[in-house]
Design a protein around this ligand. Structure first.
Ligand code: FAD
Length: 478
């Protein structure tokens, strides 16, 4: 009887084992669907994964990935598979200038005393040596303007133009907008649409201390996803690794998808395509030609990539006691001390360079040399330390940009084919190219599929509510 019930459940093939695919697959399996999660690589995680790097004989993340308190769907996915406790949270950010001067940003806490949002971090900001008085005035002015949701959420202006109109100083531009915001969105300021920047500002700095707290995995990324396979198997599903999907056809007679992979055919009632946009572009000609596919092709053509590079360094000694830091005025932007964050042996430091095509174009030796010599400007012990091994990871297709007008190019998850849904960080979620956007798209696709199958599920996680004065500001100005 149990076997019969299992066979009667709707089957779903989720193509793509990144955060979007895994989130959709696990939510659907929990709701009773039989799920096959199909991934072309030998491991899960997609653009947020770790792998064995033979050059350094270590498992490394393809790049440090950070999440924030406001990433409710990503956390929902982590909770579902039981790994939420593997995320280390912090509310503090240390900015370091070349020469080593430090500024600490973070919420004010004196015993039980807190300040209401959006003022929760005002004392540390006012005290930050990294910004001059003029920089602080300019930043305060811009934050005030971005605080109010409304007309600006439909603006078609670029962040660069908006900042020039709001008279930002060089210091504010270089040390805040170009570094913190542009690297969170991984693009140059002239290639970012104002609504996306305003969203990041509100979520990370204004809505609440909780929304802006920063999370980092304490284990290599792919290890986080270890429970996904047993989670699916225990619910009648499976994970198929090393399985490249080449095309799919809808069989009208049986109302099923026939999915063609390099290793055989799969049959399924429903299909979720959770691919990166360039893989979707490749697959499109091998899917049924329906009304709407041409439009999807045109949308996909409009999306563009931005690179992120990471430099993984193992020293013979500790070069800093900090867990992580923002590095100002140089090409390297973020320092993560993986020996502390992931409890890794040796003295393992990871540097991240986002939103720069120039660094990504450097030859390996030049990139490493530049990264190490810049690191020494922030942490003098680097000069005496011996560099034992190093890995450079260039992800040329790391994220998609969010320039003005990009929303036109982001389709909803309801695909043009029967019993088929789209997921992936690039579909219409209102979020930039992040793990949260991927998890949201996965949960949205799962809910739409459940609705279609008349087995509704409720897996989409709501946004955190603004706190303190932001409650009033958001409701008064929307
Ligand atoms: C270097 C780097 C740093 C980043 N930093 C951050 C960060 O700090 N914070 C953050 O939130 N986000 C960050 N991101 C972005 C984040 O990784 C992505 O937005 C997110 O992981 C996208 O997930 P996804 O599931 O939509 O797509 P993907 O992760 O690309 O998953 C799609 C999957 O589909 C598989 N696939 C492709 N074609 C086929 C096929 N034909 N058949 C079967 N499988 C196929 C791929 O192998 C892949 O596993 C970063 C990305 C990179 C690359």
């Amino acid at each position: 009887m149990a076997g019969l019930q299992q066979d009667l459940r709707n089957s779903v093939a989720v193509i793509g084992g990144g955060v979007a695919g895994m989130s959709a697959a696990c939510a659907l399996a929990e709701a009773g669907f039989r799920v096959q999660l199909v991934e072309r690589r030998p491991y899960l995680g997609g653009r947020a994964s770790s792998y064995w790097h033979p050059g350094v004989s270590e498992t490394i993340d393809n790049c440090q990935h950070v999440l924030f308190g406001c990433c409710t769907n990503l956390q929902g996915f982590y909770r579902r598979i039981g790994v939420a406790d593997r995320i280390h949270w912090t509310r503090e950010m240390t900015m370091i200038e070349p020469g080593g001067r430090r500024s600490r940003l973070g919420p004010f806490e004196l015993g039980p005393l807190r300040l209401p949002a959006p003022l929760h971090s005002a004392p540390s900001f006012l005290n930050a040596k990294a910004f001059t008085f003029a920089d602080k005035l300019a930043l305060g002015h811009a934050m005030w303007a971005m605080m109010k949701p409304g007309a600006m959420d439909f603006s078609r202006e670029s962040l660069g133009d908006w900042l020039r109109r709001h008279k930002q100083t060089e210091g504010a531009l270089n040390r805040f907008w170009r570094l913190v915001i542009a690297s969170a969105l991984n693009a140059g300021i002239d290639s970012i649409a104002v609504p996306y920047a305003a969203k990041v500002i509100r979520e990370l700095f204004l809505n609440s201390a909780e929304a802006g707290s920063m999370g980092m995995s304490t284990v290599p990324l792919s290890e986080l996803y270890t429970p996904v396979a047993p989670f699916l198997t225990e619910r009648g599903g499976r994970v198929l690794l090393n399985t490249y999907v080449e095309g799919a056809a809808w069989d009208e007679a049986s109302s099923k998808w026939l999915i063609c992979t390099r290793t055989g055919e799969l049959v399924s009632d429903y299909m979720i395509l959770a691919l990166p946009f360039e893989a979707m572009q490749k697959l499109l000609p091998h899917l049924p030609a329906e009304e709407g596919t041409e439009n999807l092709a045109r949308q996909l053509e409009r999306l563009e990539h931005w690179p992120i590079c990471s430099v993984h360094l193992w020293f013979d000694r500790e070069i800093t006691e900090l867990e992580h830091a923002v590095l100002l005025d140089r090409e390297i932007h973020w320092m993560y001390n993986q020996s502390k964050l992931q409890g890794r042996g040796g003295h393992y430091i990871e540097l991240v360079v986002s939103a720069t095509r120039a660094f990504a174009a450097l030859p390996r030796e030049a990139a490493i040399q530049q990264a190490v010599s810049e690191l020494a400007e922030f942490f003098p012990p680097v000069k005496d330390a011996k560099l034992e091994k190093v890995a450079l990871v260039k992800e040329m297709h790391a994220t998609f940009g969010v320039p003005p007008g990009v929303d036109w190019a982001r389709p909803t998850g309801d695909a043009t084919w029967p019993n088929c849904f789209l997921a992936g960080d690039w579909v219409q979620t209102g979020w930039p190219s992040t793990m949260e956007s991927a998890a949201r798209s996965g949960h949205l696709a799962a809910e739409e599929l459940g609705f279609d199958a008349e087995e509704p599920l409720n897996c989409f996680e709501r946004d955190l509510k603004p706190q303190g004065l932001m409650k009033w500001i958001s409701s008064t100005w929307t």
